[in-house]
Design a protein around this ligand. Structure first.
Ligand SMILES: *[C@@H]1O[C@H](CO)[C@@H](O)[C@H](O)[C@H]1NC(C)=O
Length: 150
């Protein structure tokens, strides 16, 4: 009898629990948080970490397009993404695990900044990415796995 009650209780929690916390937007099996204050790349990485997430690492074209849509809705002109060549010039990796990027969407002629521009951002009017000085203040998006699939 006790066991039955326990299972019923768990099922109730699972069905009413939201996939994403308040203020986080669900997309596929992740939750996204959009900054309202532009910040440096370093600050963006730290803020996402404090929120139990990573600065967004864009893994495919569909996600890239959805993020562009959300950024344009919010009036972001530039958006930090988790991608940097701060260690090896020209080799762009994800800050979370240091792995080489699996998907890229550079604008024509980008990245172009050499050692002076080691962080990647979406340039929303061009719908493409460019490299940018990491110390500039730019909008950013945090991403974390959803609590259960949506
Ligand atoms: C970025 O914002 C910080 C905090 O407001 C400010 O101190 C800094 O000068 C800004 N950096 C640039 C490059 O504008």
């Amino acid at each position: 009898m006790k066991l039955v009650f326990c299972f019923f209780g768990l099922a109730t929690v699972a069905s009413t629990e939201r996939a994403c916390d308040n203020g986080w937007l669900p997309y596929r099996n992740h939750c996204y948080w959009f900054s309202s204050n532009p910040a440096t790349f370093h600050y963006a990485v730290d803020t996402c970490s404090e929120r139990g997430s990573n600065l967004i690492e864009i893994r495919d074209a569909a996600e890239d397009k959805w993020v562009l849509l959300q950024s344009l809705i919010r009036g972001f002109s530039q958006v930090w993404i988790g991608l940097t060549d701060i260690v090896d010039e020209g080799i762009y990796v994800y800050p979370s695990d240091g792995a080489k990027s699996v998907y890229l969407n550079w604008n024509i002629g980008q990245p172009s900044g050499g050692a002076g521009e080691n962080c990647a951002a979406i340039r929303t009017p061009f719908q493409k990415w460019h490299d940018f000085p990491c110390s500039n203040n730019v909008s950013y998006i945090c991403k974390k796995p959803a609590k259960h699939f949506v």
